[in-house]
Write a protein that binds this ligand. Structure first.
Ligand SMILES: *[C@@H]1O[C@H](CO)[C@@H](O)[C@H](O)[C@H]1NC(C)=O
Length: 392
C-alpha cells in the first residue's frame, strides 16, 4: 500500500512538473486546418511522452470581433494559465492578439503568411517568408531569367516584392506586372498573351515571355491557371513559378498534358519524415488535416496545407523549448499573468521573455526543415510537371 502511494506520488510529481496549457483563438471554419494540426501535434507529442503533459484550450470567435477575441484570450491567460497562444489564419486578428501578448510576454506563435513583418516582441512566425523570397530569387539567377511576368491580385503582395523589383542586383531582369482585377482571371491571362504577342511592347522587348511568377493564394492561382489554359498559355515554352507553396497538393489534372513546367518552393524536410517514421506518418497528417477542413468548410478549395505544416513545427518547437527550459529552471510555478483591467495594471508572464528568446534563437529541425527564426539556410523546390521531382 505504501509502495503504491509512493509510486502515485512520484508519477504525480513528474506530471505536475511538466504540465502546461497552450491556448488558441480560432474561427471555426477558416482556421479548421490550423486547429486540426495543433490538436494532432499535441496528441503526437503527448504520446511520445517526453514533452510533458500538454493541454490545449481553444476558444472560437463567431465573427471577426477583436474585442471578443481579446476578452477570450485574457480569460485563457488568467483562468487557464496558458503559457503560449497560437494565432489563426487572419492577419488582423493576429495583430490584435500580438498587442496583448507584447504587453504580457506571452509567446504568440503564428504559421500564416501575414504579408507584413511585425515589429513586436512576442510573436514568433513560423511561415518562412524571407527564405521563400530568397529561394525564388535564387531561381531567377540560376535559370538566368531576364524577363518575368508577375501576376498578382493583392497590392500588399507587390509591396513586399518591391525591394526585389527595384534592387540593383536584379536590374538586368525586366519585370512586367499584371494585376488581376475584380477576379477577372481571363482578362489577366489575356494580358499575358498580349505581352507575348508583342501587342503592347516595342519589338525588341518582347521575345519569349514565358516565365510567369504567380503570387497568389492556391485558389486564385488555380483560377489563373485555368484561364491560362483557355488562352493557350499552358504549353511547352511556359514556366510557372508559384509562390503559394501548395503545388504538391493542388489538383493539377487539367494541366497534365500540356508540357508546361510548374515549380514551387516546397519546404518539407524528408530527413524529419525519415527520422520520425516510426511515430509520424506525413501522408496520414495531410489526410487528417484535409478531412477536418473539408468537414468544417464544406469542401472549400482554398486549403493551405503548408499552414498546417508550419503549425506542426510551431507546436513542436514550443514543446521542445518549454520542456528543456522547465528542466533547467523552476518553471512549474503557475503563470501569474494578468491582463490590464480598468482597476489594475497588467502583469507579465514571469517566464515569458525567456521562452520567447529561446524559441527565436532555436536550433531545431522540424517538418519544414531548419526552424531557426534568425537564419534559415535552405528551402527546397518542387517541380510537379512535366515530371515530379525535387529540385535545387
Ligand atoms: C500512412 O498513412 C496512410 C494514410 O492513412 C496509410 O495508407 C499508410 O499505410 C500509412 N503508412 C504507414 C507506414 O503506416
Amino acid at each position: 500500500m505504501l509502495k503504491y502511494a509512493f509510486l502515485t506520488l512520484l508519477t504525480t510529481l513528474f506530471f505536475v512538473s511538466h504540465a502546461y496549457k497552450i491556448g488558441a483563438i480560432f474561427r471555426e471554419k477558416e482556421d479548421a486546418h490550423i486547429e486540426a494540426a495543433l490538436r494532432y501535434t499535441v496528441e503526437w507529442l503527448t504520446q511520445r511522452g517526453i514533452y510533458g503533459d500538454i493541454d490545449v484550450v481553444i476558444e472560437y470567435i463567431e465573427v471577426l470581433d477583436h474585442y471578443d477575441a481579446l476578452k477570450k484570450a485574457c480569460k485563457m491567460i488568467e483562468k487557464d494559465h496558458v503559457v503560449a497562444l497560437f494565432g489563426g489564419s487572419h492577419p488582423a486578428l493576429n495583430a490584435q492578439l500580438e498587442r496583448l501578448t507584447d504587453e504580457l510576454d506571452i509567446p504568440l506563435l503564428t504559421s500564416i503568411d501575414d504579408l507584413e513583418n511585425s515589429q513586436g516582441f512576442s510573436k514568433i512566425d513560423f511561415w518562412p517568408r524571407a527564405e521563400l523570397f530568397e529561394a525564388i530569387v535564387d531561381l531567377f539567377e540560376h535559370w538566368k531569367w531576364t524577363r518575368i511576368v508577375l501576376v498578382y491580385e493583392e497590392d500588399i503582395r507587390i509591396r513586399r516584392l518591391e525591394k526585389l523589383l527595384e534592387s540593383e542586383k536584379y536590374s538586368h531582369i525586366k519585370f512586367y506586372l499584371i494585376k488581376v482585377d475584380n477576379k477577372d482571371y481571363l482578362k489577366a491571362a489575356k494580358q499575358v498573351k498580349e505581352l507575348e504577342e508583342c501587342r503592347v511592347l516595342q519589338k525588341r522587348d518582347c521575345s519569349e515571355f514565358s516565365r510567369i511568377l504567380v503570387d497568389m493564394n492556391p485558389e486564385h492561382t488555380y483560377n489563373f491557371l485555368l484561364a491560362s489554359l483557355q488562352m493557350g498559355l499552358i504549353e511547352l515554352k511556359h514556366w510557372y513559378l508559384l509562390t503559394n507553396m501548395e503545388l504538391e497538393f493542388m489538383d493539377m489534372e487539367l494541366f497534365r498534358y500540356n508540357h508546361a513546367r510548374f515549380i514551387s518552393p516546397h519546404p518539407i524536410d524528408d530527413n524529419f519524415i525519415t527520422e520520425y517514421r516510426d511515430t509520424f506518418n506525413f501522408t496520414y497528417f495531410k489526410e487528417h488535416v484535409s478531412s477536418k477542413w473539408a468537414i468544417k468548410t464544406e469542401n472549400n478549395k482554398n486549403l493551405k496545407i503548408m499552414e498546417a505544416v508550419f503549425t506542426f513545427d510551431a507546436v513542436f518547437a514550443f514543446a521542445n523549448i518549454f520542456n528543456t527550459l522547465s528542466g533547467e529552471m523552476q518553471m512549474n510555478d503557475t503563470p501569474q499573468t494578468m491582463c490590464r483591467k480598468r482597476d489594475r495594471n497588467s502583469r507579465k508572464y514571469q517566464h515569458g521573455r525567456r521562452i520567447i528568446d529561446n524559441i527565436v534563437g532555436n536550433e531545431l529541425h522540424g517538418l519544414s526543415g531548419d526552424l531557426r527564426r534568425l537564419k534559415r539556410d535552405t528551402i527546397s523546390l518542387y517541380q510537379r510537371m512535366p515530371d515530379k521531382r525535387k529540385i535545387g
